[in-house]
Design a protein around this ligand. Sequence first.
Ligand SMILES: Nc1nc2c(ncn2[C@@H]2O[C@H](COP(=O)(O)OP(=O)(O)OP(=O)(O)O)[C@@H](O)[C@H]2O)c(=O)[nH]1
Ligand SMILES: [Mg+2]
Length: 675
Amino acid sequence: MFFMLFLPNPSFKLGSSGVLAYICGFKLTGGQSAERPIISAFPPGSYILNTTTRREKQPAARPRPFEGDNIMQIRNIAIIAHVDHGKTTLVDKILHATHVFRENQETGELIMDNNDLERERGITIFSKNAAVEYKGVKINVIDTPGHSDFGGEVERVLKMADGVLLLVDAFEGPMPQTRFVLQKALQLNLKPIVVINKVDKPNCRPDEVHDAVFELFFNLDATEEQLDFPTFYGSGKNGWFNSKNEQCADITPLLDGILQYVPAPKVSEGPLQMQITSLDYSSFLGRIAVGKVARGSIRESQNVALMQADGTIKKSKIKELYTFMGMGKKKAAEVFAGDICAVVGLEDFNIGDTIADAENPEALPVISVDEPTMSMLFGINNSPFFGKDGKFVTSRHLRDRLIKETEKNLALRVEDTDSADSFLVYGRGILHLGILIETMRREGFELTVGQPQVLVKEINGKKHEPYEILVVDVPGDYSGKVIDMVTQRKGEMLVMESKGEMQHLEFEIPSRGLIGLRSSMLTNTAGEAVMAHRFLEYKPWKGPIPGRNNGVLLSKNQDKTTAYSIDKLQDRGTFFVDPGEDVYVGQIIAEHIKPGDLIVNATEGKKLTNMRASGSDDSVRIIPKKQMTLEECMEYIQHDECIEVTPKKIRLRKTILDENERKRRQTAMKAEEVK
Ligand SMILES: Nc1nc2c(ncn2[C@@H]2O[C@H](COP(=O)(O)OP(=O)(O)OP(=O)(O)O)[C@@H](O)[C@H]2O)c(=O)[nH]1
Ligand SMILES: [Mg+2]
């Protein structure tokens, strides 16, 4: 391992004088060569071996063309798939197979999902780099998120890869996000390797899935060469992949496949060019720029030009450089074209900027940033319980935090509104915005968020809204219910076919119709439905879509709820609060079993403390409250409702808490509609 860290590839030794000369020549053009001693004083490769050597002491030499021999020894691959098809599990296996960890080291599962929210949810939110050594070759591995809200991030990080492992679940087959990520990979002309994963699953159909993948390639206009993709079968969970569907001992056939099929990085000749494709943070080092060196080489202490999307060019200096190694990073003095690296010391950079040679700055094409599809109103917490839990509660705190987020969260946009206390935040979907809110709440923020709205566009003078393709796999018995539910929300069925014991349904549906669909779909199919959706295009407005059927029960008082009154009200609705919880006027405490809202007294009678006095307590008869996640709450609320989010609590409430005021507003709004 040690050998590899410092000498990423043995061929540095062989032909590296050319490499060195090239670098030095490159420096010459930078006008700093005078300080450097002659080249023969340094054995080839020493600049890598001794990372503490200052570059200024490096040898000078005549510029020589880059021989590119070291490039052969790197492979850059991204692992792409639909959500949950097993990307992170495969990365675990790659890390283990290449001995990144000690034999007896306890590592757990889904090692790359190291963020708290990722661990809790078991999903990948941020793409991450790792690197391993296999048969003397450095393989940079990029794990990507599978959820469609983060599709834009996948698209960006694909720019660092030369090949992709496209994972497809051997039972589910290609899903909407499989199509999206494959399309992006094919457009970038990356070499695809198809991995049919999870063949250990009962009822899986690897051969059918292989055919479906081929068809998908074909539909995406893959070239002859791309259609000729190699396929591996196996099970990430059981730790094997083979070129045929026969269990083998480990994942070496797949690792060999990566070396065989993924090309070495293509590099062009010329001075430094590196596009920043993702960001990393360190509490010690601050913001770190990550990208692939496309041309030339990048060195510690080098003066560079930072070329931004708007055409400005800033002078900057590289403080420190790191390459990826195992799960972490390794300091490097110099990184050559073809390798992926992390750069410390740049100020005010953005994703998409090009780090270029200071003397001959040439920018790489600008990376397009995905348009937001959804907006939500973020405001300060103005409930009666304001400031009880949080550290950051003012509009100033909120604004600064949101603006800071836009620096790294590219698909996010923040706009001021007429009110100084609220901001319009645009994002890529419920999960994208939900993750932001959840992160802020853990940092100690209190805020109020409103109902998510899809972004409507005016095209040729007509109102257009986003449409999505919705795919639902559900046991046959429930398919009628699903079709019913989706058509009510203005969805149109495109495909219906059997897939094993399941029905496979595809719809086209306005994005508005998807909000809140997941929870009712799960309730109506006994949790059996698997659904996924993907943005299709903007199409004309489809008219009103019915919202939530049921009304809510609102608290009449501000006090602690009692078991006594909740018990009396239980047959009116499903409660979101337990006995003994503090509630306020206008807070939503339950879902009404019927349409229409009801104001109820849930704080009457004998008060309970958190301690239960005896087994004969009233609370014994109380059904536990319905717990909703933040995203479920976001999908649940209607236009006149909002969510109070604090570090300790998530409460649903009416935006206007006072009943009379609410009624006045409603009448005024109706009058305006009539006009
Ligand atoms: N049966 C079976 N389950 C697997 C296999 N590989 C992964 N899983 C399971 O599938 C689930 C999702 O795995 P992940 O590796 O997190 O999937 P992912 O593609 O990284 O998911 P996202 O990052 O959220 O898109 C986990 O519960 C894994 O244990 C496999 O080969 N067979
Ligand atoms: Mg993952």
